[in-house]
Design a protein around this ligand. Sequence first.
Ligand code: GLA
Length: 387
Amino acid sequence: MEKKLMETFQKLYGGEGEIKTFFSPGRVNLIGEHTDYNGGHVFPCALTLGTYGIARKREDRKLRFYSANFEKLGVIETSLDDLVPSKAAQWTNYPKGVIWAFEKKGYSIPQGMDVLIYGTIPNGSGLSSSASLEVLIGVMLKELFNIEISMQDIALIGQYSENNYNGCNCGIMDQFAVAMGKKDCAVFLDTNTLQYEYASVKLDDAKIVITNSKVKHSLVDSAYNDRRRESEEALHDLQKVVDIKTLGDLTEEEFEAHKDAIKDEICKKRAKHAVYENQRTIRAVKALKENDIAEFGRLMNQSHISLRDDYEVSCEEIDVLVDLAWKIDGVIGSRITGGGFGGCTVSIVKNDAVDTFIDQVGAGYKEKTGREAEFYVVEIGDGARVL
Ligand code: GLA
C-alpha cells in the first residue's frame, strides 16, 4: 500500500527532497455517546482502518493536495495565503483548516507542502474520517516543520479547526481517540478535565464487529447542533437549583432529585441521557477492568435504548440492525456508535458467533430495509504517527 502510494506521489509531484509517510486511524466509540460536550466520559478506541498520508515540504508557499480516494478531482492547488473555507476546496477544507488553526494558535508554517492522502475508512460511515484527516495533517506539520507540540494539543487543534473553520460543533472525542489511541486499548477520557487512562480491550473469545447501515440522514449536522442546544438549556435550568458546571457533574440520584427544574420536557430527556450515559460509561469501564464483559455488554445495550428513546439520535435502519443483533446468541452487546442518524453500530460478538452474526444481521437487514449492510471485524490500533 505505502509503496504504491509513494509511486503515485512521485508521478504526481516528481522532484526531490525528503518525503515522509504518516498514518492516522479512524475510531469507534464503545460507550459514552453524546457525553463529550456535556462534560462526561467517553470510551473510544482507534482502529487500524484510517488515513495514510505522504508529504514533502516545498520551498514556496504553495499547498498541493491529492486524494487517491477522489482521483477525478486531481491535484487541488492552493496556498498558505488562501486559508479561507470554500466549497471549491472540497475535502481540502480539512487540511487547510488545520494549517489555519496551527497559525491561529501561534505555530508558524513558513513553507507549503505537497500532500497525497489515501483513506481506508468507508465514506460517511461515522468512523471519523474527518478527525483522522485533521490529526494526520497535524502530525505532518509537527514533523515537517519541527514543531514542538503534544499529541493532545494536535487533537485540540483538530477540534478547533473543525469548530471554527469547517463549522461543525463537535466535541473532543474523535480527535482525541485518533491522536491518543493505543493498540488493544480503549481510551477512558474525562472530557471535563481531559484526564485519561487506557483500558485493555484484549478480548480473547470475542471480536468487535462494526456494522455499517450505509445510511446517512441529511439532518446529521443540524440535529447534532439541536442536541447540543437542548443539553445546554437543560444545564442552564438545573444550574438555578444545583451548583454544577456540566451535566457530567451529576449522579443519577442527583439528577432525579433536581430534574423538575428543567422546564422543557424534551430538554429533560436529553439531560437524562447525558447524565445516565456518563454514569453508564464509568460503570462499563469498571466492569471491563473486572473482566465482567457480560455487564459491559448489558450497559452497551442500555446505552442504545437511551440514545434511541431519550436522546433520539438513532433511526429506523440502525434500530433494525441493533434489534437483529440482540436476538443472536453470542452477542454480548450492540449499540449505535458515533453522532447518529445513520452510520454504524458497534457490537461485541463471541468468536464462534461472528459468522452467524454477519449472515443473520445481513439477511434480516436486507429483508427489512432492502439495503446491504457492510461488516468490519476490527482491530484496535495505535494513534496517529509517522510511519
Ligand atoms: C460525533 C462528534 C463527537 C461526539 C459524537 C457523539 O462523532 O464528533 O464529538 O459528540 O458525535 O458521541
